[in-house]
Design a protein around this ligand. Structure first.
Ligand code: 5AD
Ligand code: SF4
Length: 440
C-alpha cells in the first residue's frame, strides 16, 4: 500500500485545496501516513502571504534532501501560492533538484496525471498556469478534515490588488461558482452529516454568479438547506459588503453571529495607499449597522502595522479604531514586502525596530480588549458545537460558540457521543484567546 502526507501552510483556501489533493490521492489508492518524512508521496502546500512563510518553506524543502537520498522512489511535490511566482520556481529548479512535481493553485485537478507521469517516466513535472478558465471543484471529492464541518469555496482568486498583497498574483482573477452548484455541494455535505459550512472567498461580498445571484442570495439559499445548522463565511471586504448581506444576520437563522472584517489600518491616508477603497468613517458605519441588526455579533479583524509611510500619527489612529470597535479578536501582522506588489517598491519602508515596537503596542491593546470581551461570557450558558477532544487536556472537549469563541469544557460523555453535537456549556473561566466551562 502506497502512502502520502500533505504539509499545509497558510489560509483556509489552502486547507481546502489540501483536502481536495488528499481526496485525489485516496482515489488513486494512497493511504495517509502521519510522518511526512516516511510517506511515499509528500505534498507541500505553500503560502506566500508574508516573508516568514517563504523562509519556513525553504527550510522544510532542505530537510527533504536526505529523504530522497535514502529512498529514490520518494516523490516530493510542491503546490500552493509559492510556485505561482516565476522567481520561486526558478529557485526550486536550481537549488532544490529533489523536488519532483511542482503545480499551481489552478492545476490541482491535473495532479494525478502529473504523479502518474513522474512515476512512469521518472522525469520532473511542472504545471503552473495563470488563469485556468475551468473551475474543477465539482469533480473533486475532498477528504475533509472534520466530519461535522466543511469548507466550501464560493469564489476563487481576487481582483482587488491591495498594494501589499500577493494573492491576486498567486490566485488569479476572481471567479464565482454557480450558486446552484454551491447549493448542491452543501446539500450533499448535509446528507453526509455536516452541520456547519464555511463559505470561502478572498472577498465573499463581491460574489456574483453568471445568473446574477449575490452573496446575500447565496446565504439565503444555504439557509434553506435541511441539516445545516450553522453558516459562516470569510473573508468580507468593507468596500463590497451590502446592506442586504448585513440584513441576513436578521433574516437567516443559521447565519452565525460572527464576522471577520479586516480593517488593515485606522488611518485614511494609509487605507488609500493600501488601495482598500473605504475610509474609517465607512468602516465604522458598517460596524454600527452590523451591531444594530445583530447586537451580539462578534467581530474579528486583520491589521497590518508599519505599512510603508505609516507615521506615528497613522499608527495611533489604528489604535483608536481598535478601541472604538472593540474587536473580539484580531490577527496582527508586521508589513512584509512581497516581490512584485506595488507597496514593496514604495520608498518609505519602516525600520524593523519601529515596526516591532508598534506591533507589540497593538497586540497589548488588542489582547486586553479580547480579555475584557471574554470576561462578559463568564457564568453564562452558550451552545457549543463540539469539534473534538481539547488540545490542552485529554479529559476535556473543544468546540465553538455561534460567535466563534473557542471553548474548552468538561463533560461526562464519551467522545463518540458528543463530538459533532451541539451542547450547552456554562462558562467558568475567561482567557484572552479562549473560554473554559462545563457542560450543563
Ligand atoms: N504583509 C503583512 N500582512 C499581509 N497580509 C496580506 N499581505 C500582507 C503583507 N504583505 C495580511 C492582511 C490580510 C491577511 C490575510 O494577511 O492583513 O488580511
Ligand atoms: Fe489580498 Fe486585498 Fe485580495 Fe484580500 S482583498 S486577498 S488583502 S488583494
Amino acid at each position: 500500500m502506497k502512502t502520502y502526507n500533505i504539509i499545509t501552510y497558510g489560509c483556509q483556501m489552502n486547507e481546502h485545496d489540501s483536502e481536495n489533493i488528499a481526496g485525489l490521492l485516496e482515489a488513486m489508492g494512497y493511504t495517509h501516513e502521519d510522518d511526512a518524512f516516511k510517506a511515499d508521496v509528500t505534498v507541500i502546500n505553500t503560502c506566500s502571504v508574508r516573508d516568514n512563510a517563504d523562509k519556513r518553506f525553504f527550510g522544510v524543502l532542505g530537510q527533504f534532501k536526505k529523504v530522497r537520498k535514502n529512498n529514490p522512489d520518494f516523490v516530493l511535490c510542491v503546490c500552493g501560492c509559492m510556485p505561482q511566482q516565476p522567481h520561486i520556481v526558478e529557485k526550486i529548479n536550481k537549488q532544490f533538484s529533489w523536488v519532483d512535481i511542482v503545480f499551481g493553485t489552478q492545476n490541482i485537478a491535473q495532479f494525478p496525471q502529473l504523479l502518474e507521469q513522474r512515476l512512469t517516466t521518472g522525469r520532473r513535472q511542472r504545471a503552473i498556469v495563470d488563469n485556468n478558465p475551468v473551475i474543477t471543484e465539482d469533480e473533486m471529492k475532498p477528504k475533509r478534515m472534520y466530519r461535522h464541518k466543511a469548507l466550501v469555496n464560493i469564489t476563487y482568486g481576487c481582483n482587488n490588488f491591495c498594494t501589499y498583497c500577493i494573492v491576486p498574483y498567486t490566485r488569479g482573477r476572481e471567479k464565482s461558482r454557480v450558486m446552484s452548484e454551491v447549493v448542491r455541494e452543501i446539500e450533499c455535505l448535509a446528507q453526509d452529516g455536516v452541520k456547519e459550512v464555511m463559505l470561502l472567498g478572498q472577498n465573499v461580498d463581491s460574489y456574483r454568479d453568471p445568473a446574477g445571484h449575490s452573496f446575500a442570495d447565496l446565504i439565503k439559499a444555504v439557509n434553506d438547506i435541511d441539516g445545516i445548522e450553522r453558516i459562516r463565511f470569510m473573508t468580507s471586504h468593507p468596500k463590497d459588503i451590502s446592506d442586504e448581506m448585513i440584513d441576513c444576520f436578521r433574516t437567516c437563522d443559521k447565519l452565525c453571529h460572527n464576522i471577520h472584517l479586516p480593517v488593515q489600518s485606522g488611518s485614511d491616508r494609509i487605507l488609500k495607499r493600501m488601495n482598500r477603497h473605504y475610509d474609517t468613517a465607512r468602516y465604522l458605519e458598517i460596524v454600527d449597522k452590523l451591531r444594530a441588526v445583530c447586537p451580539d455579533i462578534t467581530i474579528s479583524t486583520d491589521i497590518i502595522v508599519a505599512f510603508p509611510g505609516e507615521t506615528e500619527a497613522d499608527f495611533e489612529e489604528t489604535l483608536n479604531i481598535a478601541k472604538r470597535v472593540r474587536y473580539d479578536s484580531a490577527f496582527t501582522f508586521i508589513y512584509s514586502p512581497r516581490k512584485g506588489t506595488p507597496a514593496a517598491s514604495f520608498p518609505e519602508q519602516i525600520p524593523d525596530g519601529i515596526a516591532h515596537k508598534r506591533f507589540d503596542r497593538l497586540v497589548d491593546v488588542m489582547n486586553s480588549i479580547s480579555l475584557e470581551k471574554n470576561l462578559e461570557y463568564k457564568d453564562k450558558v452558550y451552545d457549543v458545537l463540539v469539534e473534538g477532544v481539547s488540545k490542552n487536556a485529554d479529559d476535556a472537549y473543544a468546540g465553538r460558540t455561534d460567535g466563534f469563541k473557542l471553548v474548552n469544557f468538561t463533560s461526562d460523555r464519551k467522545p463518540e457521543d458528543i463530538i459533532g453535537t451541539t451542547v450547552k456549556v456554562r462558562i467558568t473561566e475567561s482567557k484572552t484567546f479562549s473560554l473554559e466551562g462545563v457542560e450543563v
